[in-house]
Structures are given as structure tokens and as C-alpha cells.
Write a protein that binds this ligand. Structure first.
Ligand code: 13P
Ligand code: SF4
Length: 305
């Protein structure tokens, strides 16, 4: 049976994890069985903070490449493993360092804010990093009046509605969140008039404007615990529902769109986590010259939050 098989794999993972002095971090979109064997489950900001403070020698990152790269940027003396080497983020690949250098030349007065969903090379070209949990605070903390925001044009647009600066938005977007439509939200608002509507700031502006809140995945977990929330329409990736339901079994969570699946987040399985621990691969290591420059942007962000 699958459950027995998972239990057997989970036991092997836990004992090998201790032997390897490893910590397992999982993003909120990971498969339920992967979340269950993790030491920490969280959003991008929480996981990078945990990686930065961890005493473990090995980090098994159950997420996508930019998350493992961020852990490598923050912890160069740790081995960072991504159990499926091909797990990437299409949005992160929508900006390159070369294009960024060109944009910076065009706008020399502007400060460059990069969303953490970006490659290490793009972080190295940026002044400060942000996540969906702190993007507004990061933008507010800057003295410059002009901001180049890369690569998510929707998160950038959301920040521009909260912070009075001139924003130059990159043309990137998340192919998963863009599938959530205003019609989905309107239909669910009619069907569940009592429900709070919470969406991720990677959603389109027309979707965000219909929601009660736009929050990071970690913010959604905290919001769901509030006493005044009994039903919640969840405008983000499907994996989020597992943790919300597990932590709040008496509440009702309704996925905004069945189309909101990130295929890359689903590539990591228990078998692959075990294989990573056995072979100590695939490793993600950011080359030193890029790492040092990228770390300036990530450290600057961690000072703001
Ligand atoms: P969070 O930092 O809110 O978890 O978002 C990460 C992500 O990739 C959203 O698509
Ligand atoms: Fe990237 Fe979107 Fe997947 Fe998040 S959900 S990892 S932004 S493709």
C-alpha cells in the first residue's frame, strides 16, 4: 500500500538525515507527504531565514532551484541538495543578468529590487532582494525614487499600489498564478459569501482587487488561524491547501482554481529525497564570484525584515 510504502520511506529518510546531519526544508507548495517529513515547512522568506541560522551540515531543499540557490548564497559552507535537479521556476528564468545590465544602463538613477524568484546571476546584478512577504517593506525602505522591479510584473504592480515611487516593471509573471481569473473569484464569492478571499500577490491585479488580502504563503497560514476566518477562498498553488487543512481541520478552504498547479513544485517525491540523502546529490552551489555579489542583495533584505 502507498501509505505503508510512504511510512517506510519516511523512516529511512529520518534515520539517514540524522546520520548526514541534514535538515529538510520544504516549501508550502510541496506534496503533502514531502511536507510531512520536513523539519520546516514555510514560504520563501521563512525558509531562507531558517537556512541562514541552521547548524546542519547539509540542507535538503524541497522546493525549486532559486530557493536552493538562495540557501547556497547564505550558507556557502553547507552542502545544499535539490532532490530533483530540474525543478525550476519559469518566472525566475524570465530575466537574465545580461538584460538587467542593459536596463541598469538605461536607468542609472534607479535602484534594482529583485524578487527572490530569480536566478543567482540576477540577484548579483540587484541592489536588494525581496520576497512576497516583505516586498512592500523592502520598497519603502529605499531612498531612491525610481525602482526597477524584476522579474514579476504582478508583484511589482502590487507593490507600486502601496509605495509612492516610480516603478519600472520587468515583464515576467508566474504561469501558475496567471491561471487564476477574476471570474473564478467572482464565482466563488457568490457561492461562498461568508468566505474570506486571500490571494498571492503573484496574481493578476484584477484578481488581487477582488480579494480581502494579498499575502505570501506564510502570511496565508497565519491569516487562516484567525478566529474570524471560518471559510477561506485560497488564490494560490494547490499545494497550499494541504497545510491549511492540516493546521485548521475544522475550517473550510476552497481552492480558487483547479488550474493553479506548479508542475515544478510537484517534481520532488519521497523517493527522490531518500536518493539525495543516499548519494548526497544533486548539489546546488552558486559560484563564489556570483555568490558574494548576490549575498549583498539577500543580506540587505534580511536586515529590513
Ligand atoms: P512564497 O514566498 O509566498 O511562498 O511564494 C513563493 C512562490 O514561488 C510563489 O509562487
Ligand atoms: Fe515559480 Fe510560479 Fe512555481 Fe512559484 S508557483 S515556483 S513563481 S512557477
Amino acid at each position: 500500500m502507498v501509505v505503508d510504502n510512504n511510512a517506510g520511506l519516511a523512516d529511512k529518510i529520518q534515520s539517514l538525515k540524522r546520520e548526514r546531519r541534514a535538515v529538510i526544508l520544504a516549501h508550502n507548495y510541496q506534496l503533502g507527504e514531502v511536507q510531512d517529513i520536513a523539519d520546516f515547512v514555510g514560504d520563501s522568506l521563512e525558509l531562507s531565514q531558517i537556512a541562514a541560522e541552521s547548524k546542519a551540515e547539509v540542507i535538503i531543499f524541497c522546493g525549486v532551484r532559486f530557493m536552493a540557490e538562495t540557501a547556497s548564497i547564505l550558507c556557502p559552507d553547507k552542502k545544499v541538495l535539490l532532490p530533483e535537479a530540474s525543478a525550476g521556476c519559469p518566472m525566475a528564468d524570465m530575466a537574465t543578468a545580461k538584460e538587467m545590465r542593459r536596463k541598469k544602463k538605461e536607468l542609472p538613477q534607479a535602484v534594482v529590487v529583485c524578487y527572490v524568484n530569480s536566478t543567482a546571476e540576477v540577484k548579483a546584478e540587484s541592489d536588494i532582494c525581496c520576497t512576497s512577504a516583505n516586498a512592500v517593506e523592502v520598497a519603502r525602505s529605499l531612498d531612491n525614487e525610481q525602482v526597477i522591479f524584476v522579474p514579476d510584473r504582478f508583484l511589482g504592480h502590487y507593490v507600486s499600489t502601496k509605495v509612492k515611487k516610480q516603478f519600472f516593471l520587468w515583464n515576467g509573471f508566474c504561469p501558475t498564478h496567471v491561471r487564476i481569473s477574476p471570474e473564478d473569484i467572482m464565482r466563488l464569492k457568490n457561492e461562498y459569501p461568508e468566505a474570506k478571499v486571500v490571494v498571492h500577490p503573484e496574481c493578476r491585479p484584477e484578481v488581487i482587487s477582488l480579494a480581502d488580502e494579498a499575502l505570501s504563503t506564510g502570511g496565508m497560514c497565519r491569516y487562516a488561524r484567525r478566529d474570524d476566518v471560518e471559510q477561506m477562498v485560497v488564490g494560490t498553488e494547490i499545494g497550499m491547501l494541504y497545510r491549511l487543512k492540516k493546521e485548521n481541520p475544522q475550517k473550510r478552504f476552497i481552492l480558487a482554481s483547479e488550474q493553479a498547479i506548479c508542475p515544478d513544485m510537484k517534481l520532488i517525491t519521497l523517493e527522490k529525497v531518500l536518493h539525495s540523502l543516499e548519494t548526497m546529490s544533486p548539489e546546488v552551489r552558486v559560484p563564489d564570484d556570483i555568490r558574494r555579489r548576490a549575498k549583498v542583495a539577500v543580506d540587505r533584505m534580511l536586515e529590513v525584515v
